[in-house]
Design a protein around this ligand. Sequence first.
Ligand code: ATP
Length: 133
Amino acid sequence: MAALRLDIVTPDCVVLSKDVEYVGAPGLLGEFGVLPGHIPFISALSVGVLHYKREGKSHYVFVSGGFAEVSEDTVTVLAESAEQAHQIDFSRAEEARKRAQARLDAKNEDHDFKRASFALARSVSRLSLRGRD
Ligand code: ATP
């Protein structure tokens, strides 16, 4: 089967660079899927889970913001942060979730609710990958 090149890059490192068969990504306007030969486009990404298939097997990557650029046979993701499921520290994500939830529950006007909401979304997305590859 024809291959897609998937590159996921953050300011810190190259998280992944692999030939894959399919990519599903959390676009700002909804999930989108890419097979080899796709028409070129660029999409902003929301906080969520990118999914790719390689040798028929599904793999999952947390992505936080950024962009995906799709051409006929490449998908390049530039994200603020990204981790493959097996790289996620779930205790850390659970602590981040509790912190963000406490900030939202406190309804303290000094707290930045938008920031806490995004932190909650990041932690919940990371936690959703527990047990995934
Ligand atoms: P925290 O409050 O735990 O730092 P955060 O959502 O604010 O979480 P980010 O700003 O998304 O963290 O990421 C900062 C850096 O830490 C990035 O390099 C990211 O990959 C890494 N990171 C954050 N949380 C985790 C986690 N649970 N497991 C692995 N790496 C993480």
